[in-house]
Design a protein around this ligand. Structure first.
Ligand code: GLU
Length: 417
């Protein structure tokens, strides 16, 4: 069950910390402690070898109060019910924090996508979509890319759903390629959003980005874009990491070149010239001004937190810091940009994609980017002001604002019947 998962417990502890400090109806909080609806499916897939393998798939809708469920679909060997349920809860706060008309949801399939051929991945994605078909829809639940999935998987979901409905229905999923009714700027959105938040935090902390050193854990869609955007602003990227290991490069590395290298090396950064292999502990203990954990959840524990040198911790990933580590980080005076705002750029631009698909009227890159900046910077500044006014940490402030809005909406609508 999901309740036993450490990550779910972490998400619950965050919710409880809000309930303790804010005057919210305890009955509403009780409802928010559970996902509204969870679907677990078996996904039989004919492998290229001819044998059949069965994967487990999940779609958890934590809340549908503010609108359709919204959140990514991840393909990863780590995926389990607890992880997906925790991530769905975080999506609720994230959407509410930036005032998107969505509830929170998340999906996953327990598989190693690097070990599946494109044909196997296609069959798995289509079968998963078919299995959860009664629970998704443009007004019910809209999936998007997450770890291990991207534009191609979204195209297969779009196609499978449309084939069942008998007409083209691009608004069923976001994160599609621009050629397939996706939006411009979705692929870069999460990484760019991280950097807009870092710019705001650096202004407050009086840190000059041109003189800043940065470490980035995770070199996927979020980490690689954030690294390139920061590099373009004059930061020195002194540490990078992905599934192939943690690496330091005190002289700095050009993330564009690293991307090219990874493209030709099975998407692994290991072996690139200038990278010195270190342990995860050494990586996070590196001298730097900005650290961007943009990989998995629960990467920074108490011990790692004790050795952090950064002044800004920008959570590109969801839930990268454990509850115990969070206390240490606060005591050290590091400014945390909490996940639910830091990586909200992805879902913000997903919202733009959904709106464009419903209207069949498409925006320019400038329109997408300026609206993204407007929403995410406003959210960051709002969280910071609220934190200052109430003497809250940035995380607590973000959580209070996210949970409070959802709770108010639920309270006003009332409990049916
Ligand atoms: N998977 C992303 C997230 O965790 C994006 C979700 C979306 O675009 O709906 O926020």
């Amino acid at each position: 069950m999901f309740e036993t998962s450490q990550f779910y417990q972490q998400a619950l502890a965050q919710l409880d910390s809000v309930a303790e400090h804010v005057d919210l109806d305890i009955n509403i909080i009780e409802r928010l402690r559970y996902p509204k609806r969870s679907v677990i499916v078996s996904i039989p897939v004919r492998m290229d070898s001819g044998e059949t393998k069965v994967f487990t798939g999940y779609r958890v809708q934590h809340s549908l109060t503010a609108g359709p469920g919204k959140g990514g679909l991840r393909f990863s060997p780590h995926v389990d019910f607890g992880e997906v349920a925790a991530l769905a809860m975080l999506m609720t706060w994230k959407c509410s924090l930036v005032s998107l008309p969505f509830g929170g949801a998340k999906g996953g399939m327990n598989c190693d996508p690097t070990k599946l051929s494109p044909r196997e991945k296609e069959r798995a994605t289509r079968r998963f979509t078919q299995e959860i078909l009664p629970f998704i829809g443009p007004q019910i639940d809209v999936m998007a890319p997450d770890m291990g999935t991207g534009e191609q998987e979204m195209a297969w979901i779009y196609d499978t759903y449309s084939m069942h409905k008998g007409h083209s229905c691009p608004q069923i999923v976001t994160g599609k390629s621009a050629a397939l009714y996706g939006t411009l700027g979705r692929r870069e959105a999460t990484g760019r959003g991280v950097v807009y938040c870092i710019e705001e935090a650096a202004r407050i902390k009086e840190i000059n980005l041109r003189e800043s050193r940065v470490i980035v854990q995770g070199f996927g869609n979020v980490g690689s874009v954030a690294a390139q955007e920061l590099h373009a602003r004059g930061c020195r990227i002194v540490g990078v990491a992905d599934a192939s290991g943690h690496f330091l490069c005190p002289q700095g590395i050009d993330p564009r070149k690293l991307c090219e290298y990874a493209e030709n090396n099975n998407r692994r950064i290991e072996g690139c010239a200038g990278l010195e292999s270190v342990t995860k502990e050494e990586f996070f203990a590196a001298d730097c001004e900005i650290a961007v954990p943009a990989a998995l959840e629960r990467q920074i524990d108490e011990k790692i937190a004790n050795n952090l040198k950064c002044r800004i911790l920008a959570e590109g990933a969801n839930g990268p810091v454990t509850i115990e580590a969070d206390k240490v980080i606060n005591d050290k005076g590091i400014m945390v940009i909490p996940d639910i705002v830091c990586n909200a750029g992805g879902v913000i631009v997903s919202y733009f994609e959904w709106v464009q698909d419903i209207q069949m009227f498409f925006w320019t890159m400038e329109e997408v980017d300026s609206r993204l900046q407007q929403l995410i910077r406003r959210a960051f500044v709002g969280i910071h002001h609220f934190a200052e006014r109430n003497n809250y940490s940035m995380r607590h402030s973000a959580l209070v604002l996210g949970v409070r809005e959802t709770a108010r909406e639920k309270a006003t609508r009332g409990l049916y019947p």
